[in-house]
Design a protein around this ligand. Structure first.
Ligand SMILES: Nc1ncnc2c1ncn2[C@@H]1O[C@H](COP(=O)(O)OP(=O)(O)O)[C@@H](O)[C@H]1O
Ligand SMILES: [Mg+2]
Length: 197
């Protein structure tokens, strides 16, 4: 970047100053899992509960960011990586502001989640929202599995593209085993734990 003649200009207000002001630690909560595993449903509820508890929290969700920030990106491998790269940068900015970010992205590759983890150090929580492809295809809230099985969507995670399961996530929410309320309770508990002084 030296050829662009840019220099980082640091401020005097730190992340710690902002966290003290908010009374919480900034945290990136990265929810990964198949489409229809429950990432968005759980995050919406967790956001409501945490907000009610006085926590500064913000949700970033897959499709939502493609309407604005990433509206210029498609679904090629390069665009998917760029999608995640920009999202991790946004997560890091929110975290630097002292906010708890709920990031809901399928993020099927370990390398994508690793990028997010590295960027967010310290204060990163990988949450595996777990449900098998058969259950997800049966839920199919957006009708995407139906299309993918017919071959109308190329490289659909779980059907025609691989999902690399997290090996050591900080939390697993098994949505086949536990109700929405139970999953939200577990998640909120872990977030409060990790974001408190
Ligand atoms: N325990 C659970 N947690 C979250 N969602 C669940 C659970 N059990 C069933 N569901 C249903 O699964 C679907 C999950 O969809 P969604 O949240 O859009 O998934 P994703 O954001 O991962 O693609 C919803 O229709 C939801 O009602
Ligand atoms: Mg979703």
């Amino acid at each position: 970047m030296s050829d662009h003649h840019i220099t980082f200009h640091a401020g005097t207000v730190t992340r710690e100053d902002r966290e003290k002001l908010l009374g919480q630690k900034g945290l990136v909560v990265w929810l990964t899992g198949l489409s229809a595993s429950g990432k968005s449903t759980i995050a919406v509820e967790a956001e409501r509960v945490l907000c009610g508890m006085g926590r500064a929290v913000y949700r970033l969700d897959g499709d939502n960011v493609r309407f604005g920030l990433n509206s210029d990106l498609g679904f090629s491998e390069a665009d998917r990586m760029e999608n995640i790269r920009r999202i991790t940068e946004v997560c890091a900015l929110f975290q630097d502001a002292g906010v708890i970010v709920l990031a809901c992205f399928i993020s099927p590759m370990k390398s994508m989640r690793q990028v997010a983890r590295e960027k967010a150090k310290p204060g990163f929580m990988e949450v595996y929202v777990k449900a098998g492809v058969e259950v997800c295809a049966k839920r199919d809230p957006k009708g995407l599995y139906k299309k993918a099985i017919k071959g109308e969507i190329k490289e659909f995670t779980g059907i025609s593209a691989v999902y690399e399961e997290p090996e050591t996530p900080e939390l697993v929410l098994d949505t086949e085993k536990y109700s929405l309320e139970e999953c939200v309770r577990k998640l909120v508990h872990a977030i409060i734990d990790a974001s408190s002084f």
